[in-house]
Design a protein around this ligand. Structure first.
Ligand SMILES: Cc1cc2nc3c(=O)[nH]c(=O)nc-3n(C[C@H](O)[C@H](O)[C@H](O)COP(=O)(O)OP(=O)(O)OC[C@H]3O[C@@H](n4cnc5c(N)ncnc54)[C@H](O)[C@@H]3O)c2cc1C
Length: 467
């Protein structure tokens, strides 16, 4: 229809058409919109930076409220170690402001464009850090540290959710806008500490055989996976000696390579090198070079945790990557990662496609803080295929999703593309039931319930569904 508004996610691989689009400046704007059902059609969805890679953002024919202009940091409480913000504040801006106050987030996602409202009510990932003081793993999901929400309900009333009601808080942390528009959020933060970073390359067999021992070293572990070279590079992070140094070279190099250098190379190879064999040689050579650079150059003793956060351009440039992710039980990961490497090799042989960028993975602590937490049942290690999204990527991910379900994986509703209702329901059967009870309570007329979530939560085999 001519007056519908075309919207896209960051990578422009998801397109939908809203019936109304409003850039909200205040809570009153949001209250006015949700109450006016004639002018503003359902479903009403909140838009952050639209960096999600699934249809969780889609409001086909509905109303989209962009909250990115509601971006004030309202309070930093040094004594109680909290930060309170409007929802449109960017993760990177908040992290840099905390740094000035001698504080830091517990979870420093690499994605700086994440809006803090979205971070509080969706799934995220970063490698769990080991807290020396508590002698325990910290969580690896941003929402686990969101301790107070203010959200606008379909009635226009304000719902306040705190740690006094842990079950509702867990549902809110996984609500994706379905329990209200988050208009204010408070995160727990901690004193900033210098961070050491270093990289070590392992053969897949050595990594898999030694995984329990590597975990016992109590260092945060992010993995760079090279299935076609049988190699894993582990990025270790742990508390370092002072004084802390900000904006350091190793992180600037790593962030440039990840944001621009590698995606540019991957895209050029996928686009302009027609021969599969030659493409493989070039991608393998680049993987080897990246491994070398990481081990030799990307190391630092006393870097700032905020340095690992990247500010991406507003929309994806030519050199941009996309990805998927599933979390797997840590105890089974030695077998799972070997099987995944074989899966990639077999897939290349059978279908002529391989990811044109390094895959990654994160070691993440068990965590029941949010209802759709992918680590509710066990500590996990993830496998995140990463690519420029060239021809063959979608079919690869569809096959990958099947592989993951067969290997006890759990997905992220905003970061695991092309899931089927069966895969979502098999992953979160009990949690969907609990969530729907809250949703019926706070949104009895489905004002905030979009088609995609309806399909994922309710569609049964034989009823079709969105792939
Ligand atoms: C290049 C790239 C790198 C990435 N790197 C990482 C990473 O390192 N770690 C990681 O965890 N993720 C990463 N992501 C994924 C991203 O963090 C998540 O998809 C996140 O949810 C995006 O946040 P957003 O602000 O863009 O929200 P959107 O994508 O706009 O929205 C996500 C969902 O949250 C809802 N929502 C947003 N704001 C509100 C609000 N105020 N109230 C209620 N509901 C709301 C929306 O309706 C939607 O359902 C990356 C994505 C890209 C494209």
């Amino acid at each position: 229809m001519s007056d519908e508004i075309k919207l896209q996610n960051w990578k422009r691989d998801i397109t939908y058409h809203a019936g109304a689009f409003v850039v909200a400046q205040s809570v009153d704007d949001i209250v006015g919109i949700v109450k006016d059902r004639e002018r503003y059609p359902s479903p009403v969805r909140i838009k952050g930076s639209h960096h999600s890679t699934t249809d969780c953002i889609v409001a086909e024919g509905g109303t989209v409220i962009d909250i990115t202009k509601m971006n004030k940091i309202l309070n930093i409480d040094k004594e109680n170690k909290t930060i309170t913000m409007q929802p449109g504040v960017l993760h990177i801006d908040a992290a840099r402001e905390l740094e000035k106050h001698g504080l830091q987030f517990y979870v420093n996602c690499e994605i700086g464009n994440l809006t803090v409202g979205s971070g509080a009510c969706t799934a995220t990932k970063d490698a769990s850090y080991f807290a020396k003081g508590e002698q325990d793993w910290e969580f690896g999901q941003v929402n686990s540290y969101a301790i107070k929400f203010k959200a606008i309900l379909p009635s226009g009333e304000m719902l306040e959710v705190t740690e006094d009601d842990p079950e509702l808080l867990a549902a809110m942390r996984s609500s994706y806008g379905m329990l209200g528009a988050v208009v204010e959020v408070t995160y727990r933060v901690k004193e900033i500490r210098p961070m050491t970073v270093e990289h070590i390359v392992y053969h897949i067999d050595e990594f898999a055989d030694r995984l329990p021992e590597l975990v016992d070293q109590k260092r945060s572990m992010m993995l760079y996976l090279m299935p076609h070279l049988d190699q894993v590079v582990v990025e270790y992070r742990y508390d370092g000696p002072g004084p802390l140094r900000s904006h350091t070279f190793p992180w600037r190099l790593r962030n440039w390579a990840w944001k621009t250098g590698s995606p540019f190379f991957g895209r050029v190879v996928s686009q302009f090198v027609p021969l599969q064999g030659l493409r493989g040689v070039l991608l393998n050579a680049q993987n080897r070079l990246v491994g070398l650079v990481m081990t030799k150059l990307i190391r630092g003793k006393n870097t700032s945790p905020a340095d690992q956060i990247i500010h991406y351009p507003e929309t994806a440039p030519y050199a941009a990557y996309t990805f998927s992710i599933w979390g797997f039980p840590r105890d089974e990961y030695p077998q799972t990662i070997r099987k995944y490497f074989q899966f990639c090799k077999d897939y290349l042989k059978d279908n002529g496609y391989r990811c044109d960028l390094l895959n990654v993975g994160y070691h993440i602590a068990q965590d029941t803080s949010s209802l759709f937490s992918y680590t509710r049942k066990w500590p996990c290690v993830t496998i995140d295929p990463v690519a420029t999204g060239s021809t063959g990527w979608k079919a690869f991910l569809q096959a990958y999703n099947e592989f993951c379900l067969e290997n006890n994986g759990k997905p992220l509703l905003n970061q695991t593309p092309y899931m089927t209702p069966h895969q979502v329901q098999a992953s979160f059967a009990e949690e969907i039931e609990i969530f729907q009870q809250y949703r019926h309570q706070y949104d009895p007329e489905d004002r905030f319930y979009p088609q995609w979530f309806r399909e994922m939560f309710e569609s049964k085999p034989g009823q079709g569904g969105i792939a």
